[in-house]
Design a protein around this ligand. Structure first.
Ligand code: ATP
Ligand code: MG
Length: 416
């Protein structure tokens, strides 16, 4: 017996409709904002993520699925969607096309993490990226796309926003952070000691209890914003106010990725403890240039589909179930079963959902099965029906039966 790999999950046939529902709402929401789908490979050159996610991040330092292919190239399964979208934007010269370039994706993402509820090694993201627009309205629009998705899904989540400034104001902030953390170095976790040297901003993102305690009194980036970054952040807030979207400022949000600038945000559910962040994103004006493109501002977010589904489940959001079969055609034996096969095919050709027996069951057992799968009507074809050229159709909800000529079957079931 070979088991499923740790940290992965099957989506079984009887539950896949929940995924399809979330995905279709995500696609509809994207369409409302004029955002089109991009599809990029599941694996990329490792270098893309080293440079694009940042080599001081948890993702790059310890979570990537990296291997050598048979041509001795270093390949990585994508741990997130932004780097691939940016690579494609640059490689396809999209800055010469229509700007802003607005795109979304629904992808599997791979991270070697310690599996927990809402934390998997293969998980799925709905992500949106907007390339080429630098104004605060665009940040607000990215947040609004996420907000309207979450509202359509019926989720009650809180929006937290922050600004982490630009390279100019962050230099001063990093210095202040280092001064603040210097006397606390002994109390920090092993990772944070490295972060202190390489990228002090990352210290604020640590999930260790002790580090979080120390972080609580760390200086706030908002006190170090340059005038332009401050104005930008004020405008984002004003746009959200205008849109009637409630938010709180949380100066601890820095995001796990290195390429963010200015606005960062998270939507957090209060109903699932530790893995409550269902959606996260922000502006990353430096990334496209860092990946070899012309300097291009960008903003985006990604929502974790597993976490959305967990929150929906826990808060009792009802997901519309798929349609049940309209007709089940039960054939008694031999020629009757052939007729059932023929009629079911005619019904499907007319767009009517129909099923027949594949298990050589008796008519009684077929009725039981039809009831189990929720068929709305069961038609029975026995010897008499075959010679009459009409089948006996039972309405499973009312129990009433009537005769329907074989040739009228499609017309009868249409719109039932
Ligand atoms: P966390 O702080 O929870 O580790 P992150 O900062 O690593 O999250 P992002 O890289 O911003 O997460 O990914 C965006 C979203 O993808 C997260 O908000 C979350 O909903 C989801 N996500 C991230 N990692 C996982 C995972 N291992 N399993 C399931 N969902 C995940
Ligand atoms: Mg993470």
């Amino acid at each position: 017996m070979i088991n499923i790999p740790k940290g992965t999950k099957d989506v079984l046939p009887q539950e896949s409709y929940k995924w399809q529902y979330v995905e279709s709402v995500a696609r509809e929401t994207a369409a409302l904002f004029g955002v089109k789908e991009i599809r990029t490979p599941t694996f990329e050159h490792t270098e893309l993520f080293n440079r694009g996610v940042g080599d001081t991040t948890d993702i790059v330092t310890k979570e990537m699925y990296t291997f050598k292919d048979k041509g001795d190239r270093s390949i990585t399964l994508k741990p997130e969607g932004t780097a691939g979208a940016v690579r494609s934007f640059v490689e396809n010269g999209m800055y010469n096309g229509v700007l802003p370039a607005k795109m979304y994706y629904i992808i599997p993402a791979f991270r070697y993490e310690r599996p927990q509820a809402g934390r998997l090694r293969e998980f799925h993201q709905f992500g949106v990226e907007i390339f080429g627009a630098k104004g605060a309205q665009t940040d607000a629009e990215a947040i609004l796309i996420a907000d309207s998705l979450l509202k359509k899904l019926g989720l009650n989540v809180k929006l937290f926003i922050n600004s982490i400034g630009c390279p100019t104001c962050r230099t001063a902030y990093n210095k202040a952070l280092k001064e603040f953390f210097a006397p606390h170095l002994d109390g920090l976790c092993y990772d944070c000691k490295t972060r202190y040297e390489k990228n002090p901003l990352r210290l604020l993102d640590c999930k260790e209890e002790n580090c979080k305690k120390i972080n609580a009194t760390a200086p706030s980036m908002l006190d170090y914003l340059c005038d332009e970054c401050k104005t930008h952040f004020d405008e984002v807030k004003a746009c959200l106010d205008l849109a009637g979207v409630a938010y709180e400022i949380d100066t601890r949000i820095v995001r796990g990725l290195d390429y963010y600038t200015r606005t960062v945000f998270e939507f957090v559910s209060t109903s699932i403890g530790a893995q409550g962040t269902v959606c996260a994103g922000g502006r990353y004006d430096g990334l496209i240039e860092q990946l070899g493109g012309n300097p291009t501002p960008a903003v985006g977010f990604a929502a974790g589909l597993e976490r959305l589904l967990i929150v929906m489940e826990q808060t009792g959001v009802e997901i519309p179930e798929p349609n049940k079969p309209t007709a089940y055609i039960a054939g008694m034996d031999g020629d009757c079963r052939k007729k059932a096969f023929e009629i079911a095919n005619a019904l499907r050709a007319a767009g009517i959902q129909a099923e027949i027996d594949h298990m050589e069951r008796s008519v009684k057992a077929q009725f039981k099965y039809a009831d189990k799968i929720g068929a709305k009507y069961v038609a029975v074809i026995g010897g008499n029906e075959l010679s009459d050229g009409a089948m006996n159709v039972k309405n499973m909800a009312t129990g009433e039966s009537e005769k329907v000529a074989f040739e009228n079957a499609a017309a009868y079931f249409q719109n039932k």
